[in-house]
Design a protein around this ligand. Structure first.
Ligand code: GTP
Length: 598
């Protein structure tokens, strides 16, 4: 098929604005997938994705569409992940297209991710086609959506298509608009073969399967390919397209979207955003926009039952094969035993990996408090990256600590303004400007330390705004801040799992809270045990574990010796899971409980 008859596009939207439902409708309308197969949403294949309704991995699909102008077009649809943690993946999927359908839920209007995604699409020079979706809803407010399109996104309202994925309204019109408005594949006249890797998948038989968009030239089995970011060479074994199943093809040519299998066996060797060229006649310039993806949020993950260590390690290895953005290395903790330090793109990414370990690999795990990556300038002027509070050098040896910040766009109803301002202040943020979205909503652009939004920011934003608030962010710069390492001591010994890096002004409150919680959860001890929070050896908060004399055999009146022995054995067994702090033994599950109640 001629390249002039190919269109590559994607659908971008705020979470839940109906992207998957509409994609399915397009597949059905073009007879790509029979209707009965579509009973369940077709593009989101992972269980967890379905449950959370969040698209994590992007799956492209090739459709054939006989247009009203008499020509049949090849339409490649890219499904993009909607969440900020995956914004680099979104931007690479967009880079593989020439156009984007921008969905707006007619009952919700423009939201934080609508704006963020629209800007990503403009940034890639895509033709944006606005679609006001779910118009079948009784609460649809078309006038509002159309005026928001013009005011917030500066897209002329007359370009909008009114649609409903669920009721099947506007589907033909959308397909026609893709054909008419989205330009044919760009950069196809470049002299050398260049293909963009926009995702990859690990298959236990075939190794890494790269999802690619060929911009110029062609690639076929037997070709020697070259990855431009690192110069690695490999042989192409198979290429094909998604229908949506993988279907072998003889070659992928300029404008095509499909998959490529080579003898690369590890996903970390073929990175999203990289450019594939041919080893014999290599291109000299990569396709634009490649970045190394770096984990931003770290935490320790430990098996609740220490005998699950190997099982956990194997589970992580398998997850990593499919997700080069997830990193892990072994570490050990006094309180929690042997486990792993893990790095993630963001909080959602962290939650998803933890959930998959529990669910797909059946290992019960506990995570320590998440931490960001700090830049620590030591006395000799050297810069160190610290992702685990335990590794922060002594206060005496630190000249300066810098923390990562984010630039956030927060959409809220007017009436929540006061409470949200207070929340942002509490989280050490600053409001850079305020824009009115419509009569009822405003958008705040603010700068916040990443560390402060890790735990409960989004939950509190949602609860203050009764679910109507939404946030999107991008990473900002590193800034110097008055940060200190706070340690928790039990019987004067530090408990590594509770060490944290906190702002000096917040240390005391946080220390008191943590000591109180530990005092409540740690079982009564034979003698007085102090729980203290300290900064650089100086105690800032203190609490005590309850005292109690406990005789496990006390309940056994009478002289049943076998029953007594049983109880003593049971106690001995219990001791194995105890952690020793000086003269004090504390069961590991007490720590686990404290970490869980966070
Ligand atoms: P994410 O993958 O989480 O970004 O969600 P999504 O944008 O893919 O949305 P999805 O298609 O999963 O739809 C979200 C919810 O809206 C589901 O409960 C759908 O049934 C519903 N929905 C989708 N399209 C329509 C529509 O046109 N009309 C109505 N009334 N509901 C719709």
């Amino acid at each position: 098929m001629e390249i002039a008859h190919t269109r590559n596009f994607c659908i971008i939207a705020h979470v839940d604005h109906g992207k998957t439902t509409l994609s399915d409708r397009l597949l059905e309308h073009t007879n790509t997938v029979a209707q009965r197969v579509l009973t369940d949403q077709h593009l989101d294949s992972m269980d967890l994705e379905r449950e959370r309704g969040i698209t994590i991995k992007s799956h492209p699909v090739t459709m054939l569409y006989p247009s009203k102008n008499g020509t049949t077009y090849k339409l490649n649809l890219m499904d993009t992940p909607g969440h900020v943690d995956f914004s680099y993946e979104v931007s690479r999927s967009l880079a593989a297209c020439e156009g984007a359908l921008l969905l707006i839920d007619s009952a919700q209007g423009v939201e934080a991710q609508t704006v963020a995604n629209a800007h990503l699409a403009f940034g890639q020079n895509l033709k944006v086609i606005p679609v006001i979706n779910k118009i079948d809803l009784p609460g649809a407010n078309l006038d509002l959506c159309l005026s928001q399109l013009e005011d917030i996104l500066t897209i002329p309202a007359e370009e909008a298509i009114l649609a409903s994925g669920k009721a099947g309204i506007g589907i033909e019109e959308i397909l026609e608009a893709v054909v008419e408005r989205v330009p044919p594949p760009r950069w196809s006249d470049h002299a050398h073969t260049r293909a963009l890797v926009f995702d990859s998948l690990y298959d236990s038989y075939r190794g890494v399967i790269a999802y690619v968009r060929v911009f110029s030239g062609e690639v076929k089995p037997g070709d020697a390919m070259l990855l431009m970011s690192n110069g690695n060479k490999s042989e192409v074994k198979e290429v094909g397209i998604f229908t949506p199943k993988m279907e072998k093809a003889q070659k992928l040519a300029a404008g095509d979207v499909g998959y490529l299998v080579s003898n690369i066996k590890d996903t970390s060797e073929i990175k999203t955003g990289d450019t594939i060229t041919l080893a014999q006649r290599p291109a000299t310039e990569m396709l634009p926009g490649y970045q190394e993806v770096r984990p931003m949020v770290f935490c320790g993950l430990y098996p609740v039952d220490s005998s699950d260590y190997e099982k956990l390690k194997a589970a992580m290895g398998r997850l990593r094969l499919n997700d080069a953005a997830f990193v892990f290395a072994s570490e050990s903790s006094v309180a929690l035993g042997f486990g792993f330090r893990c790095g993630f793109l963001g909080l959602l990414h962290m939650e998803i990996i933890q959930e998959r370990i529990r669910r797909e690999h059946d290992v019960d795990i506990i995570s320590t408090y998440p931490s960001v990556v700090y830049h620590v300038v030591t006395d000799d002027g050297a810069l160190r990256e610290v992702d685990n509070p335990v590794n922060l050098p002594d206060p005496g040896a630190v000249r300066e600590i810098r923390e990562p910040t984010i630039k956030a766009a927060i959409h809220i109803p007017n009436e929540s303004m006061g409470d949200i301002f207070a929340l942002i202040m509490e989280k050490r943020g600053t409001i850079d400007h305020t824009d009115t979205l419509d009569a009822n909503r405003i958008m705040l652009t603010c700068t916040l330390p990443l560390n402060e939004i890790l735990v409960d920011f989004n939950d509190r934003l949602k609860s203050i705004t009764r679910g109507y608030g939404s946030m999107d962010y991008e990473l900002g710069e590193y800034r110097q801040a008055e940060l200190v390492k706070m340690e928790i001591l039990i019987n004067a010994e530090p408990v590594d799992a509770f060490a944290s890096i906190v702002h000096r002004e917040k240390a005391e409150g946080k220390g008191r809270e943590l000591c109180g919680r530990l005092a409540e959860i740690i079982p009564p001890q034979m003698f007085k045990v102090a729980i203290q929070a300290a900064i650089g050896g100086k105690i800032i908060a203190r609490d005590n574990v309850k005292e109690m004399r406990k005789d496990v055999t006390a309940k056994c009146y009478g002289g049943d010796i076998s029953r007594k022995r049983k109880l003593l054995d049971k106690q001995k067994e219990g001791k194995k899971k105890m952690k020793q702090f000086g003269r004090v033994s504390i069961p590991s599950d007490a720590f686990i409980k404290v970490l869980k109640t966070n």
